[in-house]
Design a protein around this ligand. Structure first.
Ligand code: MN
Ligand code: MN
Length: 274
């Protein structure tokens, strides 16, 4: 996958972002159901994540391959990979950033200003990957075009997200959330409308949003990715044209029966179409 991404986007810099904590306690303290359904049924340690049996053994191998290739990894203690992506993307001021993720939460990062941030959504596989800019997020999700990234986060907060154990405001689905955000412009403005008897908000909707007010207070910082995590990098993020240790990388390819994948990665880093 990294080889294909390097082929397609020809990045000069690349960071693989890690979950050093997949379910930070500060998020759970705000919304207790956060990712609760993903906790292991029979944990070997408290807070273990239920992950497919074939994934865990791959992680150490992936880390070894990345190190031998010379590809940087970044993580922040107590934060999810989402927060590392949010921090690195929004703190970048030189190069256009492409955030690659299969998690729609990251759509909140799209921006044109001050520095362009695009989100390459790969949740339906690389063959169906889509590159989102703010205009595309606004069009697809029906959020205000002048603040599409923030608008997407607000839409997700109102709507909820069952894959993360976030219930959303009862009675407000994606379509309703979009209608409300387009009408009022932002979640803040919508919430002021709830408190303003003259705002013209329908009675039933006002009641739903009043009932969901505490949830909105709590879920807003849970859904927003951090932009100020203390990211520790394994190395600088320059993507080298040759592997850091080509012999070690090829050995890993042989050891893990991944010779073709390693060869594609080496070719992609060298700028040769594979
Ligand atoms: Mn996420
Ligand atoms: Mn998510």
């Amino acid at each position: 996958m990294v080889a294909a991404l390097v082929d397609r986007h020809r990045p000069t810099r690349l960071v693989v972002c890690l979950d050093l904590d997949w379910r930070p306690q500060w998020r759970v303290d705000l919304v207790p159901t956060y990712k609760t359904h993903r906790l292991a049924a029979a944990p070997s340690f408290p807070g273990e994540e239920e992950v497919p049996d074939d994934l865990t053994p791959q992680v150490d191998k992936i880390m070894a391959v990345l190190a031998a290739a010379g590809i940087a990894t970044g993580g922040a203690k107590g934060f999810e990979a989402d927060d590392v992506l949010g921090t690195l993307a929004t703190q970048e001021s030189v190069d256009e950033v492409v955030v690659v993720s299969g998690d729609r939460d990251l759509l909140q990062l799209v921006a044109d200003e001050p520095n362009p941030i695009r989100v390459y959504y790969v949740g339906r596989g690389l063959a169906k990957a889509e590159l989102y800019d703010p205009a595309m997020v606004a069009e697809r999700y029906g959020v205000p075009a002048d603040r599409a990234g923030e608008g997407y986060a607000e839409l997700a907060t109102l709507r909820g997200d069952s894959s993360d154990g976030l219930p959303g405001v009862a009675g407000v689905g994606e379509k309703t959330a979009s209608t409300l955000l387009l009408r009022y412009g932002s979640l803040d403005a919508l919430r002021r409308a709830v408190d303003d008897p003259a705002s013209g908000l329908a009675k039933g909707m006002r009641a739903k949003l009043e009932a969901g007010a505490e949830y909105l207070d709590r879920a807003t910082p849970v859904v927003r990715v951090a932009r100020d995590a203390e990211v520790i990098m394994s190395k600088t993020d320059e993507l080298p044209a040759t592997p850091a240790d080509e012999v070690a990388l090829k050995d890993l390819g042989t050891k893990y029966n991944a010779e073709n994948a390693v060869a594609r990665l080496i070719a992609a880093m060298a700028g040769q179409q594979s």
